[in-house]
Unconditional design. Structure first.
Length: 465
């Protein structure tokens, strides 16, 4: 349904006319995220300031059967924030305060539009640690992280967003406002609505407050960059490190092209890569006792030296550590700056990574596309960037989807699944039949119907057409 003057008047009465936008520039700005080159502008952008505002907006949307899409920092890679049915784009940017850092209970209560890195730095000043660290942490928001169940480099040791969410204030599609759980570390009281909301991609409710668990901050870490002459061996080394009894705080895989492109994209990075090197592992261990960390680092060296590697680079200073992490976190932007691309977010048990990487290259050769792979190898999460390069528009449109389907079929055959941290959203939904049976999908759709009987909240996401 189009937004008529009567509906606009309702919205203006709720949030104020200065927070309702219908001009093309604003609508286009909120009509895209980082998913390829898609742009789906809403009919109107609304900027509420409270759960009560959102409740009133949802009631209007239900009355007129208008779709509503929650919009966070727009750093997503699955099209979750795209207004594919137009309607109301619900920008959460005014809900941007850290409400309380509870140092006694190691918890933080925050609104959803707080930038993840800002929250991590705020709790660090209190000697506390919020581990989830997606690569876009400098621009993504906590609310979006919860909606997508974001991960990051340190998920291998510390877990993903879901492992830190204790309680949520949520506005349901009907306009009702609820808290989903309790601010406790244990909760066996009824169905776990908190975890149902985490990763639901804005389809079941609008998150307005988040209570997160924190940890004491570790005081030391050791970071090393290990060059491998064979990419497959780099993947093999991942499982070997864990089998040796070591738990890294981060273990990242980067294919040669990923590093080369990142080094060109970011000025001031001085990392020398020998000509025949195919891949790198970026490995971190952390804790409070430097002598123990050095023992772990030596043990890791003993594992990786069983493979065909070049000299290991140890980051001796904070500046060197920051430079290596900057290189890793810049890979996605570097790829995007080089070519039109599609990014897939595969995840398998870590021992299967060599088979996954080999299969991806074989499938690429079959369908005529090149891929650049990198990701959180420590938890089996491999990002596959499919590069258009000199492919024809016709092959890009017809052949690449066939290749993507085969990549996902391979992933599932290795006991993996379609997404480790990016979500399904708009771009992956038509591959869901690979991972789920008809019974699975119908069950999920019935859950969606219970929460959202009029199907107005972020419709057209997750479920196949």
């Amino acid at each position: 349904m189009q937004i008529n003057p009567e509906i606009l008047q309702h919205l203006e009465l709720i949030v104020g006319a200065e927070y309702v936008f219908t001009d093309a520039e604003t609508r286009n700005h909120y009509g895209h995220d980082e998913t390829e080159d898609y742009v789906f502008p809403p009919n109107v952008v609304v900027k509420p300031s409270s759960a009560q505002d959102i409740s009133a907006i949802m009631k209007v949307a239900n009355q007129y059967k208008i779709s509503v899409v929650p919009i966070a920092g727009r750093t997503g890679l699955s099209g979750g924030a795209l207004s594919i049915h137009q309607g109301i784009g619900l920008s959460m940017e005014r809900l941007n305060k850290i409400l309380e850092i509870d140092e006694q209970n190691l918890q933080v209560t925050t609104e959803p539009a707080v930038i993840t890195q800002v929250l991590r730095e705020a709790v660090a000043e209190k000697g506390l640690f919020y581990p989830p660290d997606p690569s876009s942490q400098g621009s993504c928001w906590i609310g979006g992280n919860v909606a997508e169940n974001a991960g990051g480099a340190r998920a291998v040791k510390y877990g993903v967003t879901k492992d830190y969410v204790l309680n949520l204030e949520v506005v349901l599609p009907t306009g009702d406002i609820i808290w989903t759980g309790a601010n406790t570390l244990k909760n066996s009281t009824g169905y776990n609505l908190t975890q149902l909301m985490v990763g639901s991609e804005g389809t079941l409710g609008v998150i307005t407050k988040v209570v997160l668990k924190l940890l004491p901050k570790n005081s030391h870490n050791v970071l090393m960059l290990v060059p491998f002459y064979k990419a497959g061996q780099a993947c093999e080394a991942v499982s070997a490190i864990f089998r040796a009894g070591i738990m890294p705080s981060a273990l990242e895989f980067m294919e040669r092209d990923a590093i080369d492109w990142a080094l060109k994209f970011v000025e001031g990075l001085n990392v020398q890569v020998q000509p025949d090197i195919q891949a790198h592992l970026l490995i971190e261990v952390d804790g409070n006792y430097p002598e123990i960390l050095m023992q772990e680092a030596e043990k890791i060296m003993g594992v990786v030296e069983q493979f065909d590697i070049e000299e290991i680079l140890f980051a001796d200073t904070e500046d060197q550590k920051n430079a290596l992490w900057k290189m890793r976190r810049s890979v996605a932007e570097a790829v995007k700056s080089n070519s039109i691309y599609k990014e897939e977010d595969t995840v398998v048990p870590r021992y299967e990574l060599p088979k996954l990487l080999e299969g991806i290259k074989t499938i690429g050769n079959k369908y005529g596309f090149k891929s650049v792979c990198y990701g959180h190898a420590g938890d089996g999460n491999l990002h596959v960037n499919i590069i258009k390069s000199d492919m024809t528009d016709e092959n890009w449109r017809t052949e690449v989807p066939k290749g993507i389907r085969e990549i996902f079929e391979l992933t599932v055959s290795l006991k993996g699944t379609l997404s480790g941290e990016h979500g399904i959203g708009f771009v992956q939904k038509n591959y869901m039949d690979i991972a789920f049976s008809k019974v699975h999908l119908e069950l999920m759709e019935r859950i969606k119907y219970i929460f959202d009987p009029n199907n107005i909240l972020n419709p057209g996401k997750i479920f196949p057409d």
